[in-house]
Design a protein around this ligand. Structure first.
Ligand code: AMP
Length: 517
């Protein structure tokens, strides 16, 4: 496979049309080039999660202020291309400025208050430029998933807000900060540091680590942690601190107490070079991914949930949020909370009347395959699912069925970790409680079957029949069980092959579903 180098919007759009016609999933990694390991970590994640990966390289003039370093920003197209080719990226979009901002361009996105604090206060207009170019790139590339780095934490918050507020059909994935051996966050700008400044630059990450260490040993007072950080900066004359702050990860407002999930932000100048860094507080020993999940699943000031309070959903949300390990494990699949809030709640205003639940044990082929994402555009997963269940389209599907992906786990491959299944099952048990009237549960595929048998029905592994043996020639099987979460009431279980992975191996179960148990 050779990497395609694309310079025009028109050519990019025709590349995307070609990819879309093959129902492949598409990832976008927006960058400004001068690539390093930080960027490449995003590219690798994108390669794992999607069929086709597009990286954009565009030094965006709209996000630089008049006195900033637009002209001096490092550019290294030959090396970038080499790196992206070895990373097996499918296409690189490297448009000149006039392709992205042609004459007459006049529409800009204003991300609001959140873009006026911290980096926004230091760099007025910066996030207006970022949000505008990112929206334009999303519209050109139409990715299923876009990858951003935690390194620019405020940018992540703003992009997630943009996607939420404007209903953009893209999932945002965030990857942890990649650092040099001494802790300095990798950055394109650090090539301009003199040897002495490079040595001093480590203070950014060191001060963050120090604050984390203090927090982990019991000092939660944000002001005390900040005092310590400022003290460290005061002792290094090469560095001029722009700000140090400890903030709520959703609102970016300063917090008085640093909690797991709070974020410490820091920005400082070394001569002409400006560096930023951040750290998410987490329990001792927690991984970077787990901390990211803690920060990104923190409750948002969410219009929707404020408008329709549902105490049981709120308590479920809390439980799911508190299940940190699970949140970390579900980093690729849509987290259960997000799924419940955005999809089930939107499509099923009254979760109590649902009669049949369909549980998928592994994700559809990609995020865009979820029938809830683009209900008007059937894809291989939804088409086969509807066929299996004997409905014509999404409207008919949602009238009788709810599809929960609580059983979904992101570990795809021959072996799914037992721990992963256990954690997913924890969510599933909670989610089942949201559907108190369920009479029938359809379970798609082997993972969901195994998980249901082991962790919901509590059966011993040795007593669980192998999936093909259970399904035999019919391609489906059913049994009636008592589920503790329904107060021991009988529920009919129907097992069949996963409609996408084992395509066409299960005949329609519609007839059995319409016969009352
Ligand atoms: P930039 O080219 O600086 O605009 O960065 C492009 C993307 O790479 C952004 O989403 C950044 O957050 C991400 N990125 C930059 N540096 C790092 C790093 N050290 N670790 C992880 N991601 C990074």
């Amino acid at each position: 496979m050779s990497t395609r180098w694309i310079f025009t919007v028109a050519e990019m759009m025709s590349f995307v049309t070609e990819v879309r016609s093959q129902t492949k999933t598409l990832a976008l990694v927006p960058t400004m080039g001068a690539l390093h390991e930080g960027h490449l970590s995003l590219v690798r994640q994108a390669r794992i999660q999607c069929d086709v990966v597009v990286v954009s390289i565009f030094v965006n003039p709209a996000q630089f202020g008049p006195t900033e370093d637009f002209a001096r920003y490092p550019r290294n197209p030959e090396k970038d291309f080499e790196l992206l080719e070895s990373a097996k990226v499918h296409a690189v979009l490297a448009p000149p400025v006039e392709e992205v901002f042609p004459a007459g361009f006049s529409t800009f996105v204003d991300p609001g208050h959140i873009a006026t604090v911290w980096e926004g206060a230091q760099r007025p207009g910066h996030f207006r430029g970022v949000a505008t170019v990112v929206l334009r790139l999303f519209n050109i590339v139409r990715p299923d998933v876009a990858f951003f780095g935690q390194k620019d934490f405020q940018q992540v918050v703003i992009i997630r807000r943009l996607v939420e507020d404007l209903n953009l059909p893209v999932r945002i994935m965030v990857c942890p900060v990649v650092r040099e051996a001494d802790g300095l966050a990798r950055s394109s700008r650090s090539v301009y540091l003199s040897a002495e400044d490079r040595r001093a630059a480590v203070l950014l990450s060191r001060s963050l680590k120090r604050a984390e260490g203090l927090a982990q040993s019991g000092e939660a007072d944000a002001e005390k942690l900040l005092e310590e950080m400022r003290r460290m900066f005061a002792a290094e004359p090469r560095l001029q601190l722009d700000y140090a702050a400890i903030v709520d990860p959703a609102t970016l407002e300063p917090v008085t107490h640093a909690l797991p999930g709070s974020v410490a932000l820091v920005a400082a100048r070394l001569g002409q070079v400006r560096l930023i860094d951040n750290l998410i507080f987490g329990p001792p020993g927690s991984s970077a991914e787990m901390k990211l999940q803690l920060a990104l699943t923190a409750p948002q000031p969410d219009k929707e949930s404020a408008a329709t309070p549902r105490p049981e959903i709120d308590s479920l949300r809390l439980k799911i949020e508190n299940c940190r390990d699970c949140a970390a494990l579900s980093s690729i699949s849509l987290p259960a909370r997000e799924f419940l809030f955005k999809y089930l709640k939107r499509d099923y205003p009254n979760l109590d009347v649902i009669r049949v639940l369909v549980i998928g044990g592994c994700a559809p082929m990609g995020p865009s395959d979820s029938p809830y994402r683009h209900p008007e555009q059937p894809n291989p997963f939804s088409t086969r699912l509807y066929e299996l269940l004997g409905v014509r389209d999404f409207a008919e599907f949602k009238a009788s069925f709810a599809l929960t992906d609580a059983a979904r786990c992101h570990a795809v491959g021959n072996r799914v970790e037992e721990r992963t299944l256990e954690y997913c099952a924890k969510h599933l048990r909670e989610e089942l409680k949201l559907f108190p009237n369920v009479q029938t549960i359809v379970i798609l595929g082997e993972y969901a079957y195994l998980q249901f048998q082991r962790h919901i029905l509590g059966r011993e592994r040795t007593s669980i029949k192998a999936f093909p043996e259970l399904l035999k020639a019919e391609g489906w099987a059913q049994e009636s069980v008592q589920l503790p979460c329904y107060g021991e009431r009988d529920v009919r279980l129907l097992y069949c092959y996963h409609p996408t992975f084992e395509n066409k191996r299960s005949p329609s179960v519609a007839a059995y579903l319409s016969s009352k148990p």
